[in-house]
Design a protein around this ligand. Structure first.
Ligand SMILES: C[S@@+](CC[C@H](N)C(=O)[O-])C[C@H]1O[C@@H](n2cnc3c(N)ncnc32)[C@H](O)[C@@H]1O
Length: 249
């Protein structure tokens, strides 16, 4: 079973996407700038100025859905796709009921009952969540003004296969947003398919750029802190690379 189907990961991602500052970081110190990562993926990386009123967006690897909801503030139709049935079930509950109760790890066997609440003033019915595989996206998805893939590519068996599908998914002039920590692990991606992180191809960003450069122009590259809470006193602090690419043509 994929780790993304398990209760601990579901709780981690519900907290990452919907946790309040008090729930995630209830200390007088700590990396506050790393809070609200899924919200910042849209606020900091999507260029809102040129998004048409009738825009369509695709969020691949949407997890429990926060980024998809944030995209619905600026796009009329949003499709969120994830491999994990339990993540998609949680996202659908948040869409339909606006909230979801869950237990998050605190200490040992102790968990805390927590409520994830969908963001305010979002037309949630604009968002459709589906189980799907980024390695084999259906042809009938059509084309999108915005495609997002946050922290997905280093979890895929063949990132190049996904990247080469993007020119069909993003409309000419549309935006592609990719964030990634380039956490290459053979458990997810055979070494031959890593975009970088190897002595003979060290820089993963160069690998990403060369995969995309025929069809996309890199418009923005920035470092973005992210905080995943494992339990009351343990966190993963990560700095991902956020990029925006403009589809040529
Ligand atoms: C590291 S998490 C990132 C989740 C979310 N985008 C975020 O940034 O919080 C990777 C996500 O990709 C999903 N995923 C992994 N392999 C996938 C695949 N082949 N197709 C679609 N989603 C996949 C996982 O279920 C998980 O939700």
């Amino acid at each position: 079973m994929s780790v993304y189907e398990t209760e601990p990961l579901l709780a981690q991602y519900l907290l990452l996407h919907y946790g309040t500052a008090d729930e995630v970081l209830p200390f007088a110190f700590g990396p506050k700038s790393a809070l609200d990562f899924p919200l910042r993926c849209v606020e900091d990386l999507v260029a809102r100025i040129d998004i048409p009123a009738s825009a369509r967006a695709l969020d691949v690897g949407c997890s429990v859905g926060r980024t998809s909801f944030e995209l619905a503030r600026v796009c009329e139709e949003v499709i969120g796709i994830d491999f994990s049935q339990s993540f998609i079930n949680a996202a659908l509950t948040l869409r339909d009921k606006a909230q979801l109760d869950y237990e998050r790890p605190h200490e040992g066997d102790i968990t805390l009952r927590t409520t994830a609440v969908a963001p305010d003033r979002v037309e949630r019915e604009r968002v459709d969540f589906r189980v799907g595989d980024a390695m084999n996206l259906p042809a009938e998805l059509g084309q999108f003004d915005v495609v997002m893939a946050c922290n997905l590519i280093c979890r895929l068996p063949d990132p190049m296969k996904f990247l080469s599908r993007l020119k069909e998914l993003v409309k000419p002039g549309g935006q592609l947003i990719i964030t990634t920590p380039f956490s290459w692990l053979e458990e997810y991606t055979p070494k031959d398919n890593w975009l970088g992180g190897l002595p003979d191809k060290s820089d993963s960003f160069l690998g990403l750029r060369s995969a995309l450069s025929t069809d996309f122009k890199n418009e923005l590259t920035q470092d973005m802190p992210m905080l995943i809470k494992e339990h009351a006193r343990k966190y993963q602090w990560t700095v991902v690379q956020g990029t925006r690419w403009r589809r040529k043509g």
